[in-house]
Design a protein around this ligand. Sequence first.
Ligand code: ARG
Length: 402
Amino acid sequence: MEKALLLYSGGLDTSVMISWLQEKLSLSVSTLTLDVGNTDLNAIAAKAESLGAYPVFVHDAKDQFADRFIAKSIMSNGNYEGYPLSTALARPLMAEEAVHYAHKIGAKYIVHGSTGRGNDQVRFEVSIKAFDPSIEVLAPVREWNMMRSDEIEYAKTHGIPVKLDGKYSIDENIWGRSVEGPDIEDIGKGLPEDVYEWIVPPWKAEKNVEITLAFDGGIPTEMNGEKMKLSDLIMKLNALAGSAGIGLIDHVENRVVGLKSHEVYECPAAAVITHAHRYLESLILNRNEAEVKMMLDWHFSKFVYGGLWHDPVMNAINAAEAEFNRDITGEIRMKLFGGHIFNEGAWGSTFIYNRDLINYSSSKFDQRVSKGFIEVYGNATVHSHNRKTAVDQEMAGSYFDL
Ligand code: ARG
């Protein structure tokens, strides 16, 4: 019997998939579940076993995810069209591990539960193929043409426990939670209140939270005076910042496959850490560095969003980002209230921000030199502004006549 390794979440789609792969394709099914946040690995493993999967692999990947993926995204201010990358960061790790476990058991197929409408199919498949082009990828949801009601029916007739997962499609990891679903698709309506799970909506949040973060080389290493590993810091900060209404993003995005989708993101820790990181960057990097970094950040996010984490260009981007982050060291104190982040001070020995240069009454910067600077700097604009062709002049005249 050929072997298949299924990336198993424990939800309805992938549970139905175990039986479907056995029954329809006569495959021997093994499952892999990675914990990148809030996953009950024991319950999921037990469910996979009860459905006849063997072997069943579970793997706590929170530190791997934080240290290799989120850390790079923090350094690059990873953000797609206005929300922090999160699902997009976890997929390449899942693909890596899937290939690793597939090799271990000699599986010919890797199976994932993504639909044909989203980005995740792209992310899984590009990474899997990059690691091992000989592995065949199956995405049954793209092919089996079952509606949700068909899946429930199939589950009932095959003894698959149907814990109805609710009306939303949710993907979460420690860096963020994203929610899709029919109630959110209707753009003519506001968001239903039951979509929020990590965050007290800002209009209800009454908590006033003080957070101090210390960064070392672009990565937060300490929160409120306590040294913590990154994954723990993120999970603690999610709870604290979520209680103050931070990190709720209602967003319509342009997917890789050319479709637009309306989703809700909850990302309290990502919002605070990115805010703090950007603030430190503004105090530490010079203008040239900031300008180049902004473009690199954009490329980092675009490639990661588009499933190209394992493209060699990322090695170059990540190396440059690491260099830009080398001196991003310092501390920032923030007050979080009603969904907003207020700065309460920042300190660091690598800051090039210099109060004495900008202060009105200080003589450290000789203001008189600005006059000559403007003359030279403005030359091109001043001397070309009145250059007009006959046609331009005529048009300008007619505009003024109106
Ligand atoms: N739109 C996000 C992305 O492509 C999240 C996708 C998964 N979300 C979900 N609710 N199933 O990265």
